[in-house]
Design a protein around this ligand. Sequence first.
Ligand SMILES: [Zn+2]
Length: 424
Amino acid sequence: MDVVIRNANLADGQQGVDVAIEQGRIVAVGPRLAVQAGREVDADGDLLSTPFVDAHFHMDATLSYGLPRVNASGTLLEGIALWGELKPHLTQQALIERALQYCDWAVARGLLAIRSHVDICDDRLLAVEALLEVKRRVAPYLDLQLVAFPQDGVLRAPNALINLKRAIGMGFDVVGGIPHFERTMADGAESVRILCEYAADQGLMVDMHCDESDDPMSRHIETLAYQSNRLGLHGRVTGSHLTSMHSMDNYYVSKLLPLMREAGVNAIANPLINITLQGRHDSYPKRRGMTRVPELLAAGIPVAFGHDCVMDPWYSLGSGDMLEVAHMGLHVAQMTGQEAMRDCFRAVTSTPAAILGLQGYGVAPGCHADLVLLDAADPVEAIRLRAARRMVMRRGKIIAESPRAHARLSLPGRPDSVNFRLNR
Ligand SMILES: [Zn+2]
């Protein structure tokens, strides 16, 4: 045996579990395994999880904050305009370096699979080539899935459909879209039809920025579900953001959710970004704007939380920490029950893994030995503490390690505590 991890807790509630690993795969899971290994890792009762998965990100824009200026209004639309100003100045080398830097951050935080939308509207396809190069370079340690994303609208921007097909031909994985940014509602619906038919024809998945708006009449998710159902794309179609649903009429939503379920459409909320960008045209009360996560889950629709942005024209913060994303999602959706909090952990692990179609993801014999050991006893504590990643493993090899969160306390009237276990 190459490695055995002893005395771990698993996300499903099992405790005191050993995990044996050979040739990059998990070969046994159980209490006190009688095996010898080249390396033993003592989990010491901490949570051993599958890696974090980010189902919605923009790696072509990441770490560009302040270039060429910052977003003064903080709105989605100024962000898109600002990205338009930046695009002519992008170089392939700078794109690659920023993306690789972000992937280093991701790996250090146990984030080993990312679906990134990449803007294909620039005819030079600089970002497309750059991200394909990044995907190739990070492949040994991170699964990068690339979405051909027509940021300026597949109908609104000249050449966008041609460029989208070029990107797919060069090796992109998923068909993107942005129906609410097309010129009219009718054009938005038409864009959904065109893109879904193309995906069905090519046997590809679909993931659209859909209804990222506070306008309750933005109902492109209905069209997306309709086309998914009509074209038999069940399980392969995802609506990202879906923020207009926050503002929709309750009666309409009660009809919409079963249609999404019937069509096998997945949902992705982006809590950090949605709570920052939505409601910007409101005075008070000010809408939160995130989609209806508990109601979607109750309707049987898979919901993942995405990071969306880190230090880019839309968002000035972020660090590649999916526990921070889950933490924000939990608060914004008021998912404070025990099971709801565990749903928030699943929304950054197993649910996005299923949406991306990752193979061999799990803590079970036969699965890839891709694992994260957290400085926490269970998923709820992991979210509460944004727990340190004691160990990150990919295919049986340790690729990142961090110390447990300790502090050195010197307080009058308190016992000397040079090795104080932070918040546990
Ligand atoms: Zn996005």
